[in-house]
Design a protein around this ligand. Structure first.
Ligand code: SF4
Ligand code: SF4
Length: 241
């Protein structure tokens, strides 16, 4: 049975295999923008994977099982946390990984482990759960203003329809020409579509997922899915990843 402090319990079998599979070949370093800017191999993909493997070994390896887990130096944990949160999660390393490690999913899960231990996230990311709870978006903008500055007056939104459009927080607050264009196109197509109200269309949770802060994710998804189900939606169109 795994102890509560183990590092692998939230990883999938595939991710555990991926951690084991990194050969340290360094091919990914040629494509990592963080490496490009910092030149610091301590925050490189293979180094992060090596460090995490050591954490697993210290807490779940054979010696740990026979004699009890080793205590991991807090400085090592903090250095790893800094490294894994300084990554942009662009996924370029995974796209060029010689053994096909899906790093875009792996890094958020390693972040989640650090969040679980109370040493992540770093900087302003830690404020996101509270901001999303209060406003429904990570930009700390008023929920009531979600659609008002950009939504065209001549676009018709039904109360109920089989098609729904989800603008997403970044579209609604930061990329308004994009979402405005999307609803104009939908309107021109002519099939009826619906949207949740500005206070109901909350964040999809991606910023929380990618920063390893997963506690609120299920609630956000349930709120959105419940809202769309109540409107009879069968097809969801979105500008948000
Ligand atoms: S996902 Fe992170 S580690 Fe991978 S290339 Fe992008 S910045 Fe570098
Ligand atoms: S390319 Fe893949 S296997 Fe090679 S060091 Fe990078 S993550 Fe590891």
């Amino acid at each position: 049975m795994k102890n509560k402090d183990c590092f692998s319990q939230n990883l999938t079998t595939q991710q555990l295999i991926e951690l084991d599979a990194c050969t340290g070949c360094g091919e990914c370093l040629k494509f990592c923008p963080v490496q490009d800017v910092t030149g610091n191999p301590a925050i490189s993909p293979p180094e992060k994977i090596r460090a995490f493997r050591e954490f697993i070994k210290a807490t779940e390896g054979l010696k740990a099982r026979l004699m009890g887990p080793d205590k991991i130096d807090s400085r090592l944990l903090e250095d790893f946390t800094k490294a894994v949160f300084e990554c942009t999660t662009c996924g370029a390393c995974g796209q060029h990984c010689s053994v096909g490690i899906f790093t875009q999913r792996l890094w958020p899960m390693l972040r989640k482990e650090m969040v679980k231990r109370g040493i992540g996230p770093i900087g302003d990311q830690a404020k996101m759960p509270e901001i999303i709870t209060n406003t429904g978006n990570p930009y700390n903008m008023p929920a009531k203003d979600r659609f008002s500055p950009w939504f065209p007056d001549n676009v018709k939104v039904e109360n109920n329809a089989e098609i729904a459009y989800y603008a997403g927080c970044t579209g609604a607050y930061s990329a308004q020409p994009m979402v405005k264009g999307d609803v104009i196109v939908l309107n021109a197509i002519g099939d009826p579509f619906t949207m949740l109200g500005p206070e109901e269309e909350v964040c999809c949770g991606f910023p929380l997922f990618i920063s390893g802060q997963h506690d609120m994710l299920e609630d956000l998804v349930k709120r959105l899915v419940g809202g769309y189900k109540a409107k009879g939606v069968k097809l969801l169109l979105t500008s948000c990843p």
